[in-house]
Design a protein around this ligand. Sequence first.
Ligand code: ZN
Length: 252
Amino acid sequence: MFTETVEHTWEAGHSLPHLPGKCSSLHGHTWRASITVAGPSLDQAGILVEFGAFKQRMRDWIDSRLDHSLMLGAGDNLIPLLDLDQPAGEPRSPLAAAFIERSQRLFVFGRDFPDAPWPSVEGVAQLLAHHAHTRLEQATTRRDVYISQVTVRETDHNSATWHNPDPPTAANATASAVRVEATRAFGNLPPDVLRELLTATAPQTAAEIAAQMGVPLSVARYCVDQVYAEVVAEQQAKFDHEIAQILDTPDK
Ligand SMILES: [Zn+2]
């Protein structure tokens, strides 16, 4: 098992008005995040992931959305005063107008990130874990590396850590990688052709499918043995949707 950790800091204000004590007042911190990627082995280049790409994506997201922002919860009594749903050009509350005039950066937990209702240090860790997961998927084709934990620190004395509750096992990471390749190989075939290809053939002819489609035997076997129904159903739903869109489009 190997791990690598990205560190980043940003400045932001927040408030937790539902809690007793001084956290209910608007105040700011220099927030510090440590985002850890884990995986069972190194690749042929001797690395876990191409870390620069992941690091850059993660830092860009934090810098553009959270840095010098005000992080509030959707249940904060300031939120109704900010007219967030008001269409552009409509009259606004004086507070909302002042926010717009100074281009105040705002991130609303429970709205911009529905999974966490408040900008607590735990909620911020959960938010970063969510975005780290997506950015790691963009940065690598490996499916056996994952975000194992995210620690966020708001002061020298306060921190919270999100732990991945469901790290991939070696077996399901392999299945996931094969599935990704199967979808890539078979994903553009019409469902009837795909169904015929996969069901009209017995498992022992997976080798023929592999040769015919130019895919690894593991991918052909995967489709034939385990998920052809799922792959066909996905394709059927996609084609049904496309046909419905064509039928719903009025002639011009
Ligand atoms: Zn605080």
